[in-house]
Design a protein around this ligand. Structure first.
Ligand SMILES: Nc1nc2c(c(=O)[nH]1)N[C@H]1C(S)=C(S)[C@@H](COP(=O)(O)OP(=O)(O)OC[C@H]3O[C@@H](n4cnc5c(=O)[nH]c(N)nc54)[C@H](O)[C@@H]3O)O[C@H]1N2
Ligand SMILES: Nc1nc2c(c(=O)[nH]1)N[C@H]1C(S)=C(S)[C@@H](COP(=O)(O)OP(=O)(O)OC[C@H]3O[C@@H](n4cnc5c(=O)[nH]c(N)nc54)[C@H](O)[C@@H]3O)O[C@H]1N2
Ligand code: SF4
Ligand SMILES: [Mo]
Length: 734
């Protein structure tokens, strides 16, 4: 292919850092270099982005379809045979057990074109309602809360460049120092400019080390914390009465709920002291503008939607939403976490962020798709519920862009469900733990080998360009869907309905999204190339003489996207996590990420440099808990929940609360964190409680007598529980 430099974007997280790719003369490899014209990262990359090309040429890269032979082994096969088997597997289930017996599972890493085509494929070709995706595990609680409060869910309603110019940012359960390192500069610049940073995290993370104030609540108590802050806002007369009157609705009920959450009560629930609460309110309210940003910490809870709602309430009561340099935002996670939630791979959704239950939306999209609106199925199950139904109601699954054997909650059970399917087809670039269980594995092209668009955490639609020729033997996800549509039929013109050229798909997506909340109709590949991305909504200009719509970097300044233009307070009150610690499981487990691994690790665990930096799982625990177990640094410890047992080396640190342990979720096998996690779901967003469940921690070896004693008891002595509290000495710096 072209031997020149291609400006493009990273394959991994939602920051979508710009990078330049230069192919080697023989086209076999590609080199990453700094791309300074993209403003978000200005050339900076984290280790994952810098090493991403290693996955393109990795020896474990799949380059041939695999099918399961009579002996149960996965063996290479031709595309013809593999696609034929998938069509037969899905088609037979459909005819024997009905369309809803066929499930589809997508991913927030898929480009807009793929996410759009996958949703269309499910509804038009398979006719199934049973489609959802891993974004449900990601930002769905923030999305639900944003839709309720503002009438629209775009993760950040302002560009990152606004952050350094505001007065105060509260980062709730977000660790950008590890999860989006090039974005850290926005927060350090904020402080250089005289603004303050408050970090809310049960761990003193690398991000918290940059904070002016670190609040370390007990996992799962952010809702109470936000209510406590709102209580103080009201009590201290810091409410913005005029704003509340003019731009919001529902204040009285919310005010009453907040008044019931006395600071002392909130201190008891959260472990955050009253003086710290007061200090946070002062820092947040004194400047003219301020922001609250949430990420997975408060969102991945069985009350994630209410929790985000409580933080939005704080913004609304203080007049800090829909105004310059102020607002609530969610830091979306996956490469196309934003676009992936807009174009129809979500159970209840049609392209353009339309609702499947809305007759007008159905009519519009059916018209674009050339099908009868009546033929479109209704909403299906959410991600965990879908995985939980595998092998029972759902007998065959097509999976694209996720590795649930590692990343789903209660993963042992999910793995069992996947194994019990009649038929599983997986499209992936490597043999992930989930692909290894498939009947057919289809090897697909990767980021640098194909063109497509993603929508970053800012709501900026970007063009990710092809820079090299894919290896022989792989096809793009779009080609897979095209091939399956041709074999399975459906729609008026199955083959034509699934173009393999991404730009052609995007042109259709533009029409399908036109007039919807996430309107892309004014965006073209050409504009994306010329303008370094365009923020949605960007409607096509209507009528002759109308100028080109510039896109919308900042939302809600004139009005919110609700019918009356007012933001809605959400009445919420504290409730406990789904599984509180008890005598048998006295410790809280929370989970998350480390800088050098990405998600289920399917891609980054294939990169030597990243493995050297983050070789395996670990259990982060406080010295006091370690002492009780008799565990020294590096000793294997077992973490046991009602769902299973995981073992990993101890990493002992005062940076975590003594009542809490932390595990990253990037690994499979014995150290798989999701063996332990609780699939208790948020009633609205259907988000599982990844961030808090009850466990006990056991020492595994017994070289020292103390350890033997704990082992004999089989668990941490319950008498230890009340003692596991922050002493002032271990309380995080603040
Ligand atoms: N290196 C790396 N970067 C990534 C990813 C990756 O896998 N690896 N994944 C990408 C994706 S998809 C996502 S969604 C983002 C996620 O980005 P983040 O949300 O920043 O990542 P997490 O580590 O899941 O969680 C953030 C913090 O929440 C804290 N936390 C745990 N429980 C609670 C709680 O109850 N309350 C509060 N307030 N905090 C809590 C954890 O201690 C952790 O430090 O990262 C993206 N970037
Ligand atoms: N305990 C715990 N569990 C969690 C979380 C947590 O914080 N704690 N976070 C949750 C969150 S926020 C997320 S986003 C999920 C993510 O978890 P997963 O959904 O498992 O995400 P990935 O590991 O990114 O999986 C993507 C898979 O698709 C493949 N792939 C990459 N690009 C493409 C492509 O273009 N096409 C196809 N067909 N395949 C591709 C990759 O090789 C990989 O196997 O994990 C969730 N699980
Ligand atoms: S921060 Fe995210 S987008 Fe940027 S290089 Fe790292 S993984 Fe890629
Ligand atoms: Mo995510």
């Amino acid at each position: 292919m072209q031997n020149t430099v291609t400006p493009t974007h990273c394959p991994y997280c939602a920051l979508q850092c710009g990078m330049n790719l230069t192919p080697a003369p023989d086209g076999s490899a590609v080199e990453v270099s700094e791309r300074t014209d993209f403003p978000v990262n200005r050339g900076a990359l984290c280790g994952k982005g810098r090493t991403a090309p290693a996955v393109l040429s990795s020896s474990v890269r799949l380059t041939s379809p695999l099918v399961r032979d009579a002996g149960g082994a996965l063996v290479p096969a031709s595309w013809e045979e593999a696609l034929g088997r998938v069509a037969e597997g899905l088609g037979r289930t459909r005819s024997e057990s009905g369309a809803d017996a066929v499930g589809v599972f997508g991913g927030g890493g898929l480009t807009n074109e793929k996410a759009y085509s996958l949703g269309k494929f499910a509804r038009v070709v398979l006719g199934t309602s049973q489609i959802d995706y891993n974004g449900r595990f990601c930002m769905s609680s923030a999305a639900a809360a944003g839709n309720t409060a503002f009438g629209l869910d775009r993760g950040l309603p302002f560009p990152l460049e606004d952050i350094p110019r505001t007065g105060c940012v509260i980062l709730v359960g977000s660790n950008p120092a590890e999860t989006m390192p090039p974005s850290l500069r926005y927060f350090t610049e904020l402080r250089e400019n005289g603004g303050t940073l408050i970090v809310v995290d049960p761990r003193r993370t690398k991000t918290a080390e940059h904070a002016d104030l670190h609040l370390a609540p007990r996992p799962g108590t952010d809702l109470a914390l936000a209510l406590g802050l709102l209580h103080l806002v009201v009590a201290e007369g810091r409410t913005d009465e005029a704003y509340v009157r003019e731009r919001t609705a529902g204040w009285e009920e919310t005010r009453a709920a907040a008044m019931a959450h006395w600071p002392e009560y909130v201190e008891r629930i959260t472990g955050v002291s009253v003086p710290q609460l007061r200090e946070a309110v002062r820092l947040f309210c004194e400047p003219e503008a301020a922001m609250v940003l949430t990420a997975r910490g408060p969102e991945q809870q069985s009350k994630g939607t209410d929790t985000v709602g409580a933080w939005i309430n704080l913004c609304l009561a203080t007049g800090r939403a829909g105004r310059p340099l102020s607002g609530y935002g969610c830091l979306t996670g996956q490469g196309n976490g934003q676009g992936g939630r807009e174009h129809g791979q979500k159970a209840d959704q049609l392209p353009g962020y339309r609702k499947l239950t809305d007759p007008a939306a159905r009519a519009h999209v059916a018209e674009v798709w050339g099908v009868d609106p009546e033929s479109l199925p209704g909403p299906g199950r959410s991600a965990y519920e879908l995985l939980d139904a595998l092998g029972t109601d759902i007998r065959a699954l097509l999976l694209m862009g996720s590795n649930p054997v590692v990343s789903a909650p209660r993963a042992g059970h999910v793995e069992e469900r996947i194994r019990s399917l009649d038929f599983l087809a997986v499209c992936d670039v490597v043999l992930s733990e989930t692909a290894a269980l498939a009947d057919v594995v289809l090897p697909v092209t990767q980021w640098a080998e194909e063109t497509g668009t993603t929508t970053s955490l800012e709501g900026r639609v970007l063009l990710r360009r092809r820079a090299i020729t894919p290896p022989d033997g792989v096809r793009s996800d779009l080609e897979v869907l095209h091939g399956l549509a041709a074999r399975l039929g459906g729609g008026r013109n199955p083959e034509k309905g699934f173009p393999t050229d991404p730009e052609e798909v995007f042109e259709e997506l533009r029409r399908a999204s036109a007039g919807g909340p996430a309107d892309y109709s004014g965006i073209t590949y050409r504009r994306l190339a010329e303008e370094n991305g365009v923020f949605w909504p960007c409607p096509a200009s209507d009528g002759p003489g109308a100028g080109v719509h510039p896109g919308t970097p900042r939302l809600f300044h004139d009005r919110f996207a609700t019918e009356d233009g007012r933001a809605r307070f959400v009445p919420v009150s504290h409730r406990p996590i789904a599984e509180e610690p008890d005598d048998e499981y006295p410790v809280l487990l929370t989970t998350g990420r480390v800088v050098a691994q990405y998600q289920s690790g399917a891609q980054t665990r294939r990169v030597d440099e990243l493995n050297a930096a983050a070789p395996g799982p670990f259990v982060e625990l406080h010295p006091r808990l370690a002492e009780r177990l008799g565990a020294a640094e590096g000793d294997p410890v077992a973490v046991v929940s009602r769902r299973g047992r995981a073992v990993a080396p101890a990493r002992i640190t005062t940076a975590i609360r003594p009542d809490t342990v932390f595990m990253p979720f990037h690994w499979a096998g014995e150290g798989r964190a999701n063996t332990l996690t609780n699939p208790a779901l948020d009633p609205t967003s259907r988000m599982p409680e990844f961030k808090a469940c009850a466990v006990r921690v056991e020492a595994v070896r017994s070289e020292r007598p103390a350890r033997a004693a704990v082992r004999a008891g089989g668990r941490v002595p319950s008498a230890a529980v009340p003692a596991l509290r922050w002493g002032t000495a271990d309380r995080p710096r603040g």
